[in-house]
Every structure is written in structure tokens, then in C-alpha cells.
Design a protein around this ligand. Sequence first.
Ligand code: SIN
Length: 335
Amino acid sequence: MKSRVHNSVGVLCCLIFFTSVSLGNSAPLLIRFSHVVAENTPKGIGAKMFKERVETRLNGRVAVEIYPASEKFTDEQAILALLFGDIELAAPSFPKFHKFSKSLEVFDLPFLFESQEEINNFQQSETGQTLLSSMENVGIKGLRYWNNGMRVISADKPIREPADLEGLLMRIESSCVFSEQYAELGAIPIQMPFGRLKDSLRDGVVAGYENAWSNIAAGQLQLLRPYFIETDHSYLGYMVVSSTSFWDSLPDDIRMELEAILDEVTREVNSLAEKSAQTDREEIMHNENVTIVTPTDEERLLWKKAMLPVWKKFEDEIGTDIIDAARVAKDQPTR
Ligand code: SIN
């Protein structure tokens, strides 16, 4: 009797095993997506949108885990984590890639792009699309461009002209271009991960910073530094990246579906980014303690004059061909 029960249990186990194998009932492929901003910013919303669509449309075959707000990695760590296989997707801002592609520093040059439209034109141009593969030699695959908005400067005192930044400690992203830019302005730049920005403002470690309106509003940074100047001197955007080895090892049908989802989500993130640049600015402006200075044309020229020497210092490492291509493409809509 006992051995008959054992036999039946054995047969049942085999049946379950073979059925699950033949139905392909294996663990879903996991995509871990790390980013450093709040979940209610365009990038944070985009990451969640990506997860929902992937899990619905690739039902059971792919799962997405998101690590938002530097929960696990800073952007600098995330790029290495991609290469070590600890995550599969990230979307750092351009300066964070400077060790891997000098050409991408073109996006950091002050006053090269004056509007979102100019950036879109360049990103969609032939050179813009080529830059997506500029890190493949080190195993990083650029997938899409996600936008945020133009950078404004904020400090603990009113800022109107470049001389007002003299001697101020300014938090910047890990960028050699930005270091030079603030040194040109007579400020003291400190490279710091985004996740430390709010604490460093609260604790008075830095006097000011630069960023896009959506990140400022999400972190309520206007409560810590109420003075802004809308220099719009550079553009805060992202490259969604994976490791070449992960992306190329995906089964074709899964990769095609992921690409289709990325296309849709990119369109939505970028349209959301344009809207938030306005709505978040308005929300911040409504705080009675906040002052937002919009420079006059003459004042803007002063900022340009003060920052433009940076171009000369970086044109060799970025490549004058890339800078020239950006200058031409930004005024030429591709579609
Ligand atoms: C981000 O928008 O991802 C953060 C940018 C920064 O480091 O300031």
C-alpha cells in the first residue's frame, strides 16, 4: 500500500515537472531598472510605464523591477552595475557618461542648445543617432533619448549676473565640462551624486546648484534655496542604456517587443517632460518666497560670454565634427 502511494506521488511529480518544462513555465527574465530621481518626474513615470507595459504584454516572460530615487545605486554606480550584470537598464543624465564617451559631452556644452526643439532635431539627426552607439566599445548600448528640461541655477542669494556666483560652492553633476564652466564663473564646483543634493542644501554644504524644474519641484528644493535664475544654459537629458551583452542576448521576439515599448514610452516621457518644464516652474513660482529671474537679452549675453570659453577647452576631446554637426542639425527639423 505504502509503495503504491509513493509510486503515485512520484508519477504526479514527474507529470508536473514535464508539463511545466513543456509549457515553458520557467522563471521570468528579470530587467532591473535603476534611476536616481523621484517617481513623479518624467523619468520616474517613464520607468513605471515601461514596467507596466512589459509585464502586461510579455505576460509571465519578463518581469521589471525598478530601483528609483538612488534606492540602490547612484548613476555613476549604475553604469558599472550594468556592466557587472547587477542591473539591466539605467537612464543616467549625459554628464555621467563622460568617462565612457567624450563625444557625449557635446550635450553638456553651455548655450549650444537653446530649446527642447533644437535638442530633438540634433538627437534625431544622423550624428545624434550615431551617438547612441558611442559606448558600444566598452559594452554599453544606448537605446533611446529621454528628455527632462533646460537647467536653471539656484542659490542662497539673488543671482542676476555671472559675478554673483563668485566664491559660491555649487553642486554639479559628475562632469568635467560643468567643473570648468563654474570655475570660469568664479564659483567652486563640487561634483556630487544627485541623491546627496537635498541633504547638502539643507545642511549648508553647498550654496547652490543647477537642475531642471521637474527635479526641483519633486524634491521641493525651492523651500531650501528660493532664488533662481533661468539661464537655461544647458539641457538635462538622459540616455536609456543597457549592457550590449544583455541586450544582444535577448530572444528576438522579446527584444522586438521591448524596442516597441521603449518607442512608445519615449514619446510619452518626452511629451510629459515638455509639459512638466512649464507646470513645475509655475508650481515653484507660486511660492511667495521664491524669486525667479528671467535674464534680459543683454544679461543672457553676459552669461554666454562667461561660459563660452569652456567650448574651446573641450572641442578636441568631443570632436569639432560632432560640435559642428550639432550646430547644423539643431536648426533642421528631421520630421
Ligand atoms: C537626473 O535627473 O537624473 C539627475 C540629474 C542630476 O544628477 O542632477
